[in-house]
Write a protein of this length. Sequence first.
Length: 193
Amino acid sequence: MSYKSFKVTTPPSIEPVTVAEAKSQLRISGSDEDTLIGNYITVARQTLEVLMRRAFITQTITLSYDTFVNDFRLPRPPAISVTSIQYVDTDGATQTLSSGNYTLDNQIEPASIVPAYNVVYPDTRSQPNAVTIVYTAGYGANTTDVPESIRLAIRLLVGSYYENREATSVEKVNDLPLGIQMLIATNEVPEVY
């Protein structure tokens, strides 16, 4: 069973690429467009996280399921830790599953939460979103924690946004530049949900 809802509940506190790094890529020395470039960085990161199916900088993600399953796959690897697993019991009360009742396998991508040895998950009330998982994902809290190939993809996409400020034009209708496509293909996680 796949998750019913997915939400980044605490976004990254910084971006994987600084404005100065993006300006260096763009060969810009002035500061007139720093805000615009910062916005491009955020949008490029968000776009590439979706296309690569990864979390770049540490962030908190909340998933909801209708019931417990034996293998919860966590989208947006790499998963760092599980904050909590809550569920609605058969009486309608919200309970928190003890961390000793499950195991996070983050040696695989995407990571998986499975019952601990000899543990059976409790029954849940038959309702939508009866199980909620909150976890932390990303390569780390610093820009340098993110692999350079991902940081390059962000800088290249920022450059594409900077050079092509309109969505389309009569003269120019382009796909994503080949270099960015190759970096996405190198870093993307297969869809397994």
